[in-house]
Write a protein of this length. Structure first.
Length: 335
């Protein structure tokens, strides 16, 4: 029987780096695309969401047990609350419903919470199969072969990124909950070298494939090329995830960010999209200075929403909404 381990500081360190890079990527979306910025952007997208999903799968302790109460409290309530907040902010800013709402899709960055919830629901079924990872990879490839609206219910991303979540579930199972996060000395330079290679090839990568929000078939790509790219990117991203874990596991100064990654993720988009984006005239036109300014915005935003007061306030909002829903359900049952 697997014992329940204490919180792993190395995992929080890794999540800390990932959430900083996530905020940085979303900060880059504030300005018009430039080749140099897209270089960094593509590099981040090689591994940051796959790594988050791998760790999420791992932290479900194998993904075989379904606990409806936890799914509701940890994912459904946060999604319901913040999707409503983002949609309201969008309407107040533009005077119209968002393109996400029109397409029955989670609003902007809330796709991750919705897809994670779907993966949590799917994992007990997937993990019942002996070749669960191969099945997940096959599903991801097949989902890229047909033309459909991948934004609807975040369907494309859920299916494309499912292998990383299942890999995390399997990592828990095969390590008995003791994922090795202390590495030999030679692992660090090897990981840095591979990430350097990822950075070098990042501009040449297909952003639609990295994003995963739309099927590759919609780009007119031949089927054999779609299969090759999807499988190749799975391998590339998986190796990059391992390397990021090797590098970031020792970054103790990022632990606080990792501990509060959910709250940072939920709140940062509101500040970036509906406040900071309203006036970007102060940003520099010179690329080196612009990069520094965007990085500063990302770090300050991450610091702001990593505060314990933000975590306590957000949890209080979750609890209040859950109580209201339970009260309404109880009233309905009584009626």
């Amino acid at each position: 029987m697997l014992r329940l381990p204490a919180r792993r500081p190395e995992i929080d360190n890794i999540k800390g780096l990932l959430i900083v890079l996530t905020v940085l990527a979303h900060t880059m979306e504030l300005v018009p695309p430039q080749p140099q910025l897209m270089h960094f952007y593509n590099f981040i997208y090689i591994f940051h969401m796959p790594a988050f999903l791998f760790l999420s799968g791992y932290l479900t302790r194998g993904g075989t047990d379904f606990n409806a109460t936890k799914v509701v409290s940890q994912l459904f309530i946060p999604f319901l609350l913040f999707n409503g907040v983002y949609e309201t902010a969008w309407f107040l800013q533009t005077g119209a419903a968002s393109k996400y709402l029109i397409n029955f899709a989670p609003c902007w960055i809330l796709w991750f919470v919705f897809s994670l919830m779907c993966m949590r629901l799917l994992s007990p079924v997937m993990m019942a199969f002996k070749g669960s990872l191969a099945l997940a990879v096959t599903i991801g490839v097949i989902s890229s072969l047909f033309v459909y609206n991948g934004f609807v219910l975040s369907l494309s991303r859920t299916l494309v990124f499912l292998p990383y979540y299942i890999a995390g579930c399997l990592a828990w199972r095969y390590t008995a909950g003791e994922l090795p996060l202390k590495f030999p000395r030679y692992a660090l330079p090897a990981a840095v070298l591979f990430l350097g290679l990822c950075f070098y090839i990042a501009p040449s990568l297909n952003i639609v494939a990295l994003y995963g929000n739309a099927p590759l078939a919609g780009t007119g790509m031949p089927l054999d090329e779609i299969i090759t790219i999807r499988l190749g990117y799975n391998i590339l991203s998986s190796l990059a995830v391992i390397c990021v874990c090797i590098v970031a596991a020792r970054f103790n100064w990022l632990r606080k960010f990792g501990e509060n990654a959910l709250y940072i993720y939920l709140w940062h988009g509101l500040l970036l999209k509906f406040v900071i984006s309203n006036d970007l005239s102060w940003l520099s036109d010179a690329l080196p200075l612009l990069l520094i300014e965007l990085l500063a915005i990302a770090v300050i935003t991450t610091l702001l929403f990593s505060r314990q007061v933000v975590a306590r306030f957000t949890r209080a909002l979750f609890d209040k909404l859950q109580q209201l829903l339970l009260k309404k359900q109880a009233s309905g049952n009584a009626g």
